[in-house]
Write a protein that binds this ligand. Structure first.
Ligand code: COA
Length: 248
């Protein structure tokens, strides 16, 4: 396995660490490939929740800008069918995911963090989307995720108006789930992930997938999926075990 992404396990939680600290964990195509392999790893596939963090002084300073030059339209579209697809794969994992963020979380790194279900930051976290200043735009799902998470005006503010957001501002606008003291993001994310890993896993993954899928659906479709989901989950051993003992 590549050294660029470390995979380890704490109980039922898998912990992935971006490991290119000398470049502030800049996300190269090699790192994207390593992340994709990590998601396929048995350690991850058998876990019940996942935490993604970065080694060194930053979560990540974003996409590796040294790889941006001289890519024509065909090369860029091919990239999104290859390693660039990992952001969407990460977003679609059936288990709950956390980004544990310290230091810089810029550009593609913020897009990766936005693909997680929860973002736990420490006080040193700094967020930003430098893409427009580089003449491009966030294009690994970030604009869509931001609009869903923050609404259009805040998404435009972050992408166009604000160079940087500190942890307190990120919490205020709803970009992060929680802010903890310096150095505490990973432990706190693992603590929350462990809590989710203890819940009935089918119910957790179906709830995650329903919330992701139904955000833009009609009320009728949402209610139908909720009720079919409930009817299916109610038949499972985990639901029977959880309800066993109540009302007896
Ligand atoms: N891509 C490639 N390399 C990067 C990088 C990136 N996104 N971000 C940082 N690095 C490299 C630097 O080139 C430097 O390498 P070097 O030591 O071989 O020169 C190393 O990481 C450390 O970064 P440095 O710039 O020295 O740290 P700093 O604390 O002075 O500044 C930043 C930190 C994040 C402000 C600055 O590195 C930066 O602006 N990076 C680019 C951020 C960006 O535009 N990301 C989004 C792309 S969409």
């Amino acid at each position: 396995m590549s050294d660029l992404v470390e995979v380890r396990r704490a109980g039922d939680v898998s912990i992935l660490t971006l490991r290119r600290p000398e470049k502030l964990n800049a996300i190269s195509t090699a790192m994207e490939r390593a992340l994709g392999s990590a998601l396929d790893h048995d350690t991850v596939r058998s876990s019940r929740a996942l935490v993604l963090s970065g080694e060194g002084r930053a979560f990540s300073a974003g996409a590796d800008v040294t790889e941006f030059q001289d890519r024509d339209v065909a090369a860029i579209l091919a990239y999104y069918r290859d390693t660039g697809a990992v952001y969407e794969r990460f977003a679609r994992l059936p288990i709950p995911t956390f980004a544990a963020i310290h230091g810089y979380c810029l550009g593609g790194a913020l897009e990766l963090a936005l693909a997680a279900d929860f973002r736990v930051a420490d006080e040193t976290a700094v967020f930003g989307l430098p893409e427009v200043s580089l003449g491009i735009l966030p294009s690994s799902g970030g604009t869509h995720q931001l609009v869903r998470l923050l609404g259009t005006a805040r998404a435009k503010e972050l992408a166009l108006l604000r160079e940087r957001l500190d942890a307190a501002e990120a919490l205020r606008v709803g970009l992060v789930t929680e802010v903890v003291a310096e150095g505490g993001a990973l432990d706190r994310a693992v603590e929350l992930a462990t809590r989710l890993a203890e819940l009935p896993p089918l119910a957790v993954s179906l709830t995650k997938e329903a919330i992701d899928a139904l955000g833009e659906s009609s009320r009728e479709a949402a209610l139908l999926v909720e009720r079919i989901g409930y009817a299916a989950l109610a038949q499972t051993d985990e639901a029977r075990a959880a309800l066993d003992g109540f009302g007896k």
